[in-house]
Design a protein around this ligand. Structure first.
Ligand SMILES: [Fe+2]
Length: 274
């Protein structure tokens, strides 16, 4: 194997304790599970490490309890214990402006990451109305095509993966869709946000680009148990040039109102570059 990359998403360090487990115990389990999985060459955190900005106004958020920033808490408490080198992109619950986001995480809201085998271009789907004074779940804006095109021109050889906490394709520009359709080098879009782990199709007008969802370590997106499992997505660059990906679920026990269930360790939602 030439390179092994780990994608974690929707970790939600916050005041809500899902599945009968405290946030602290849940994130502690995440760190231990990742540790047990062996060596990774790169970690990419796909956003929503907190609920610092959110639309439900139920407490625990940055706007209500400033200067309590769970993003800052995550960066200081858990990020140092995860594989290195590491980087992070913002989610719709991290609506910090460019300056504050960099102050907390050390990263821009957009950037380019070149690894041994690929070029990762991080763009910012939820870039609207940053540093808000009102609660919301984020404002989507079409991603920055100039930024993507320049990054690809600066590094013309490697396969490309586009990262955003999410790509809302129904709000995306025709230019972005054409960019996807016309560039075979773009192998896939990587996203979090839905808490799901399936591989989706971005649509005919994108040339059917795959969307690789990166799951969660928090709760089911529909607040129903048994839909979204704790885990992470891996991207593997093999020695023979094959690029493949899957969602890994470590053994987990979930407790909810009506009972409990177990997710056995396994890999699901596979993808291989065509
Ligand atoms: Fe999200």
């Amino acid at each position: 194997m030439k390179e092994r990359i780990l994608f974690l998403s929707d970790l939600h360090d916050c005041h809500i304790h899902w599945y009968g487990t405290t946030t602290e115990a849940r994130l502690e389990k995440m760190v231990k599970d990742v540790e047990a999985a062996g060596h990774f060459d790169q970690l990419i955190v796909m956003g929503d490490v907190s609920l610092d900005f959110w639309g439900w106004n139920e407490g625990g958020s940055y706007l209500q309890e400033t200067p309590r920033s769970n993003t800052d808490h995550f960066m200081k408490t858990y990020m140092p214990r995860l594989p290195k080198p590491s980087c992070i992109i913002p989610g719709n619950h991290e609506q910090y402006g460019v300056g504050k986001w960099r102050e907390i995480t050390g990263w821009g809201r957009e950037y380019v990451l070149e690894t041994k085998c690929a070029l990762f271009i991080a763009v910012d789907g939820y870039s609207g109305n940053l540093d808000p004074t009102e609660h919301s779940d984020g404002t989507y804006q079409p991603v920055n095509c100039d930024f993507i095109e320049k990054a690809m021109a600066d590094c013309p050889d490697k396969p490309v993966f586009l990262l955003s906490h999410f790509f809302e394709m129904n709000k995306e520009s025709d230019r972005f869709k054409a960019l996807l359709k016309n560039n075979e080098r773009i192998l896939a879009l990587m996203v979090g946000h839905t808490h799901r782990s399936a591989v989706l199709d971005a649509g005919e007008d994108t040339g059917h680009k795959p969307i690789l969802q990166c799951g969660n370590y928090s709760y089911s997106g529909e607040k129903e148990p048994g839909i979204c499992f704790w885990g992470w997505r891996e991207l593997i660059f093999e020695d023979d040039g094959t690029v493949r990906s899957f969602y890994h679920t470590p053994y987990s026990e979930y407790h909810h109102g009506d009972g409990s269930f177990v997710q056995e360790e396994g890999d699901q939602d596979q993808w291989t570059a065509q």
